[in-house]
Design a protein around this ligand. Structure first.
Ligand code: BGC
Length: 700
C-alpha cells in the first residue's frame, strides 16, 4: 500500500479514532501483551504485540522455549539469532500476533543485572550483529521486531527512576550501536526504556528518540513505551513517543496476568517496588492527548505522525491488505533448533581432559534442579514450553553407563513477579532456609566414574541479583562432590557471570546459561562430544568487586543517579585498562578440537583473512576473534576492541580459509561525530580478548 493511501486513511480518521490507534487497549482475545484496536469502518485491523525474547509468552498457551539470548550470543554466529527470531515469529503468527517484543539488546554493563540473560553481550559489535540478525529473522516471517529497551537500561534496581549519567561518547560507543544496527536491519518498532538518561525519562527523551533515532538514523517505525513507562502526555508526545503501552490499567491487561489474579496486582507491584513501574501510568495518550492538542501544547501534526507510523507498521506487515502469515508452532524443526542453539551456546570454561565423556562412563548427576529444564529467568520473558527434557533425563537418555541421580540440595526456586501476582510467592528470598544433603551427593559422586554437578543462579526482571555467588549452599555442594570424586564436572546454568571459588578443585567447568526446553538433551550433546564445544563467553567472568560498575555511585547509583564514570571501559575494556586478570576472559571457551591459524593477512580496507587448520582428529568449530588496537592517541582509548569475528566448522585434519571484515567503529572514537584516527593499528587475532597471539599491522 502506498504512502498516499496511508495519508488518505489519516485524513478519514476522526480524532477519537486516531487517539485509539496510539494508546493500547485490552485485547478481547486475552492473548496479547499489548493491543491496538483497529478501525473497522476503514478496514484497519487490530495489532497484537507479544513478549519475547526467549519464546512467545502467552499465559496458558505453550510455545517453544528457546535458550536465553546470552546463550545464543555465545555461539558467536549471528545466523543463530536469525533462525531463532524466524522460529519465534512463526509461533507468534500461529497465535495471531503481529509484533514481537524482542530482541532485548541492552549492553551487559552490570554483571548482577537481573535481565542479563535476555541480552546478548558486553561488547557493542557482538551485540549489534546479533540484534540485527534477530530483527531480520523475526521480520522474515511477517512479524515486526521491537528492539528494547532504548537505551541505557542496564540495571533492574530502581529501573524506572534511575538516571544513567552517561556521556555522549559513552552512549555512542557503547550503548547506542546495538540499537543503530537493529534500525539499519529494518526494525519496525522500538521500545523505550523505563529509566532516565541524564535526567530525562527515555519515553520523553526528545534528543535520543527524535533527533538520534528518527532523524539521524532514519528510523521510520513505531516508538513504543515500555509497559506503564509513559510518564507524561505532552513531553512524551513531543519527544517522539508514538504508542503508549499497555494503555490500560493492570486488571484489564490480560496478557500480563490471568483475569482472576488481577485483584492481587498491587501486592506484586509492592513486592518488586524497586523495579516495577507505576501501574497508574496509563491513559496518558487518551483524552489528555486530545486536550493537549486543543491547548496547542502538542501539535495536531504530531498525532498524525504517530498514527502514520502505526499504520505504516500494519502496512509493512501487509495487514492493511488483509495478509496474515500462517506460521507454525512446536514443529520438529523448532524443537531441533532449540536443542541445537542450547548446545552450541554452551561454553566449556575449563577441561582437564575429562570431557568429552565416553558413552559407557558411569556418571552421577547431582544438583538442586536436575529434575527440571532451566527455562529462563522471571518476568516478561517467561515462556511456557510445549515439551521439556530435564537435565537428568537428557543425560540418562544419552549415557550408556550407569546413571545415579541425586539432588543434594533443596531446589532453587525461581522468582517471578507473575507468581507474586498470583499469590504463589512473596518474591522474597531473604531468610530462606536451605536444606542440603551433601552426604548423599558425595556418596553418589564417590561411586561414579564422573560426577556431574549442575548448579544455577536465580534471576528475574525487576530485581538484580544480590551477588554473583550461587544461591543457597551450592558452593558447598560442589566442594563436597569434588572432594569425593576428582573427575567432577560442574555445569552452571546462569543468567550471566557467577563466581566459581571451587574451580581449581574440579576437572571441568561448563557454562550452559538458561538452556530452555532442551536442557538435558543439549547438555548431553556437549558433554558426550556429539558436537564440538564451540560456545565462547560474550561477557567477562570475574569476582563481583572487580567489574567496572562496582562502586555505589556507578551501580546501583546514589540519589537516583547511576554515574557511568567508567565511560567506554565496560567489560573486557575495563579489565584490559586496569590490568586485572579476569577469571575467564571475554571470548573464552575450550573446544574439544585444536586449531592452528596460518597465512594471516589484513588488507588496507580492513579485511582479515586467515586459514584455520583443525590439527586434531575430531571435527570442530572454531570462533576466530579479531581485535583492533588503536595507535597512540590524544584521547584515552581501550587497548583493544572486537572488530569482527567468525565461527567456522573445520573437519578433522582439514583447513578453511576465512574472511573477517573489521567494523570501522572498532577503529573510531566519538567526539561530536565519529573520528577514525590515522596511524598504525595492530590487529590481534586469536581465541579470546586475552589470547591473541597473532598480530598484524594496518595503517589507516
Ligand atoms: C518489560 C518489557 C516487556 C513488557 C511487556 C516490561 O515489564 O520491561 O521488556 O516487553 O513489560 O510485558
Amino acid at each position: 500500500m502506498a504512502g498516499d493511501t496511508i495519508d488518505r486513511l489519516v485524513d478519514s480518521l476522526t480524532r477519537g479514532e486516531k487517539l485509539a490507534l496510539v494508546r493500547g487497549a485490552a485485547d478481547p482475545t486475552g492473548t496479547a501483551t499489548g493491543y491496538v484496536p483497529g478501525v473497522e469502518r476503514l478496514g484497519i485491523p487490530p495489532l497484537r504485540l507479544v513478549d519475547g525474547p526467549l519464546g512467545v509468552r502467552i499465559p496458558g498457551r505453550p510455545a517453544t522455549a528457546f535458550p536465553a539470548p546470552i546463550a545464543v550470543a555465545s555461539t558467536f554466529d549471528p545466523a543463530t539469532a536469525y533462525r531463532k527470531g524466524a522460529a519465534m515469529a512463526r509461533e507468534a503468527a500461529v497465535r495471531n500476533q503481529d509484533i514481537l517484543l524482542a530482541p532485548g539488546l541492552n549492553l551487559i554493563r552490570v554483571p548482577h543485572c537481573g535481565r542479563n540473560f535476555e541480552y546478548y553481550a558486553e561488547d557493542p559489535i557482538l551485540t549489534g550483529s546479533f540484534a540485527a540478525s534477530a530483527v531480520e529473522g523475526i521480520q522474515s516471517e511477517g512479524i515486526l521486531a521491537t528492539p528494547k529497551h532504548y537505551v541505557a537500561n542496564n540495571q533492574e534496581t530502581n529501573r524506572v527512576t534511575v538516571s544513567a549519567a552517561v556521556s555522549q561518547r559513552t552512549l555512542r560507543e557503547r550503548y547506542l550501536p546495538g540499537f543503530h544496527d537493529a534500525v539499519d536491519a529494518g526494525a519496525g518498532a522500538i521500545m523505550t526504556a523505563y529509566n532516565r538518561v541524564n535526567g530525562t525519562h527515555m519515553s520523553e527523551h526528545r534528543e535520543l528518540v527524535t533527533d538520534v533515532l528518527k532523524e539521524e538514523w532514519g528510523f521510520d517505525g513505531v516508538v513504543i513505551s515500555d509497559w506503564y513507562g509513559t510518564e507524561s502526555t505532552v513531553a512524551a508526545a513531543n519527544a517522539g513517543l508514538d504508542l503508549e503501552m499497555p494503555g490500560v490499567e493492570p486488571d484489564e491487561q490480560i496478557g500480563g496476568a490471568a483475569e482472576e489474579e488481577a485483584a492481587e496486582q498491587p501486592t506484586a507491584f509492592e513486592a518488586f517496588a524497586d523495579g516495577m513501574p507505576d501501574p497508574a501510568n496509563f491513559g496518558l495518550f487518551g483524552e489528555p492527548l486530545s486536550a493537549a492538542i486543543d491547548s496547542g501544547a502538542v501539535p495536531e501534526s504530531r498525532l498524525d505522525e504517530m498514527v502514520r507510523r502505526v499504520l505504516g507498521a500494519m502496512d509493512r506487515l501487509g495487514r492493511l491488505d488483509g495478509d496474515r502469515p500462517a506460521g507454525e508452532l512446536d514443529t520438529p524443526e523448532h524443537r531441533a533448533l532449540a536443542e541445537e542453539l542450547a548446545a552450541r551456546g554452551t561454553v566449556v570454561l575449563e577441561n582437564d581432559g575429562v570431557l568429552p565423556l565416553a558413552p559407557e562412563t558411569d556418571i552421577a548427576v547431582i544438583g538442586p534442579n536436575v529434575h527440571e529444564a532451566t527455562l529462563g529467568g522471571g518476568g516478561s520473558s517467561e515462556t511456557t514450553p510445549c515439551v521439556t527434557t530435564t537435565t537428568a533425563a537428557g543425560l540418562r537418555d544419552r549415557a550408556e553407563g550407569a546413571v545415579t541421580v541425586c539432588r543434594g540440595h533443596a531446589e532453587i526456586e525461581d522468582i517471578s513477579f507473575f507468581d507474586v501476582l498470583a499469590g504463589k510467592s512473596t518474591g522474597r528470598t531473604d531468610g530462606e532456609e536451605t536444606e542440603t544433603d551433601f552426604d548423599s551427593a558425595a556418596d553418589a559422586a564417590a561411586r561414579a566414574e564422573v560426577a556431574i554437578v549442575v548448579v544455577r543462579d536465580r534471576a528475574t526482571e525487576a530485581k538484580d541479583r544480590e551477588s554473583l555467588a550461587l544461591p543457597g549452599e551450592q558452593d558447598g555442594l560442589v566442594e563436597a562432590v569434588a572432594a569425593a570424586n576428582d573427575r567432577t564436572v560442574v555445569v552452571i546454568q546462569s543468567s550471566g557471570p557467577v563466581e566459581t571459588p571451587w574451580r581449581d578443585s574440579v576437572a571441568a567447568v561448563v557454562e550452559a546459561w538458561y538452556p530452555g526446553q532442551a536442557d538435558g538433551a543439549a547438555l548431553a550433546a556437549v558433554l558426550y562430544g556429539d558436537i564440538d564445544a564451540s560456545g565462547r563467553l560474550p561477557v567477562t567472568f570475574a569476582p563481583a568487586t572487580e567489574y567496572p560498575a562496582s562502586d555505589p555511585g556507578q551501580y546501583p547509583g546514589v540519589d537516583g543517579r547511576a554515574t557511568y564514570s567508567e565511560g567506554v571501559f565496560v567489560g573486557y575494556h575495563h579489565f584490559d585498562a586496569s590490568g586485572t586478570d579476569p577469571t575467564y576472559p571475554f571470548g573464552h571457551g575450550c573446544s574439544y578440537a585444536a586449531f592452528a591459524y596460518r597465512d594471516l593477512t589484513v588488507t588496507g580496507d580492513a579485511i582479515v583473512e586467515l586459514t584455520v587448520e583443525n590439527t586434531s582428529d575430531r571435527d570442530g568449530c572454531e570462533v576466530v576473534q579479531a581485535y583492533v588496537c588503536p595507535p597512540g592517541s590524544d584521547i584515552e582509548r581501550p587497548e583493544r576492541e572486537l572488530g569482527g569475528f567468525a565461527a567456522v566448522d573445520v573437519a578433522a585434519g582439514t583447513s578453511e580459509r576465512l574472511r573477517i571484515d573489521l567494523d570501522d567503529r572498532a577503529f573510531s572514537y566519538y567526539d561530536d561525530g565519529w573520528v577514525l584516527e590515522s596511524g598504525e593499528y595492530t590487529i590481534e587475532v586469536g581465541q579470546s580478548a586475552r589470547d591473541c597471539p597473532h598480530a598484524l599491522s594496518l595503517t589507516r
